[in-house]
Design a protein around this ligand. Structure first.
Ligand code: PGA
Length: 253
């Protein structure tokens, strides 16, 4: 049985290193109860080092970064590059989250980061998702365009390390009953697989891992996973509340 993948995206939280340690310690302590879960925690850069010390010996929790800089050279003020991330044990990188697409990362940068991160040996979580859903199905065109621009001509050997997180923007940070409907998610995951198959071939597509993100809580996680046809979840807000997050994880484990 394939393990479910749960990504905790802390975004720009918490406010202090003490609080980040507190959350990480709580997750660390409780992870001994996880059976079929790969948990990936993605704190902001400033807390990565501290949190990495807490998870050092934990085989059930891996660390991810919320972004990466993949340009070469040494003089890039304000950026955090591959080697630095590798040296503190980062295995996963979130790329193209809608928060960043809104103001910082355009499609060219997202593509550059996907190619760069995969070539540098990370597992890359590509976030895609439409702004709005309508009955004309424009959401499918939007998602197709995002995937095509990010992975067109990606060397096939790299696809095994690619995850696609479907995160419709309208469903992010809302109440739990505003999350995607599982049957709509099911259709979207089939569509995403078809898009990837068109780009990289059917054989490669078997390896693709699709996650869902957007207002997942302990109350809707199980139904979303079971009926939505996804391999895991990308969780924002609830990943900062250890009690809720642990319950969420147990509900699908
Ligand atoms: P949310 O965030 O779970 O708070 O909706 C998801 C995300 O933005 O990754």
């Amino acid at each position: 049985m394939n393990k479910k993948i749960i990504v905790g995206n802390w975004k720009m939280n918490p406010e202090s290193v003490d609080k980040s340690r507190e959350i990480a310690n709580e997750m660390n302590k409780n992870s001994k109860f996880f059976k079929n879960i790969n948990l990936i925690i993605c704190p902001p850069f400033v807390f990565l080092n501290e949190v990495s010390k807490i998870f050092l010996k934990n085989k059930k929790i891996m660390l991810g970064a919320q972004d990466i800089f993949v340009g070469r050279g040494v003089s890039h003020t304000g950026e955090v590059g591959s080697v630095m991330l590798k040296n503190i044990g980062i295995k996963y990188v979130i790329i193209g989250h809608s928060d960043r697409r809104e103001s910082l990362d355009d499609e060219f940068l997202v593509r550059e980061k996907i190619f760069g991160a995969l070539k540098d040996g990370f597992k890359a979580i590509l976030c895609v998702g439409e702004k709005e859903r309508n009955e004309h199905g424009d959401q499918y065109n939007e998602v197709r365009a995002q995937i095509e621009s990010a992975i067109n001509k990606l060397p096939k050997r790299l696809i095994k390390n690619l995850l696609i997180a479907y995160e419709p923007i309208w469903a992010i940070g809302k109440s739990e009953d505003e999350a995607v409907k599982p049957e709509d998610l099911h259709e979207m995951t089939i569509f995403i697989k078809r898009v990837v198959a068109d780009i990289l071939g059917i054989k490669e597509t078997e390896k693709i891992i699709i996650l869902y993100g957007g207002s997942v809580t302990k109350n809707n996680a199980k139904e979303i996973i079971e009926k939505g046809n996804v391999s895991g979840l990308l969780v924002g807000r609830e990943s900062l509340r250890p009690d809720n997050f642990i319950e969420l994880i147990k509900s699908i484990d």
